[in-house]
Design a protein around this ligand. Structure first.
Ligand SMILES: [Zn+2]
Length: 177
């Protein structure tokens, strides 16, 4: 067992050996993930267990624990989101007809498996599409009130624009006939 995660690994060999790798990854090293977060604070404890089933198919069991800070789309305030993932995923393997495109299948390039990429992919998939505080009461009350007001004004503005948009032009042309 290792206390560090390799940059990349041959996952099929690791499955042959039944390897377990564990490590702690600072969130600020997960650049794609950071783009979805309010800040780059926190760490993720990750564990990879590689194994083969009785038929010889290779799997990785990924476990990720930690927390990240998301930005609420309602009030723009930051809030903490716990990360607790535990997934057993097959590795893409043409010999068994397990394809990259299949659901939950981990694709493996010629260079092997980039472990941090997999951590990032799985955490990103687990994050809410629209991050929000659990209740509107948890939002920053001043910011939430302002945003709701601003949103209404914007949609009214759009309607006014569309009246003088393409249909408005058509109407003008028709009037000339
Ligand atoms: Zn909020």
């Amino acid at each position: 067992m290792s206390d560090r995660l390799a940059q990349r690994i041959d996952p099929f060999k690791a499955a042959d050996q039944g390897r377990v790798l564990q490590g702690r990854v600072p969130v600020d090293q997960l650049h794609r993930l950071c783009e979805a977060l309010a800040d780059k604070l926190g760490e993720i404890d990750a564990s990879f267990e590689f194994e083969r089933d009785n038929a010889g198919r290779a799997f990785v069991v990924l476990d990720c624990r930690g927390a990240v800070n998301l930005r609420c789309e309602r009030c723009l305030g930051a809030f903490r989101r716990e990360i607790a993932l535990h997934q057993r995923m097959p590795l893409a393997d043409a010999r068994f007809g397990i394809k990259d495109a299949d659901e939950d299948v981990v694709s493996v390039g010629e260079d092997g498996l980039f472990m941090r990429d997999l951590i990032e992919d799985e955490i990103l998939l687990a994050l809410p599409l629209i991050p929000r505080h659990a209740t509107i009461e948890a939002c920053d009350p001043d910011a939430a009130a302002w945003l709701v007001k601003d949103g209404n004004e914007k949609s009214e503005g759009l309607q006014a624009d569309s009246a003088s948009g393409p249909f408005g032009v058509l109407r003008t042309l028709k009037d000339k006939d």
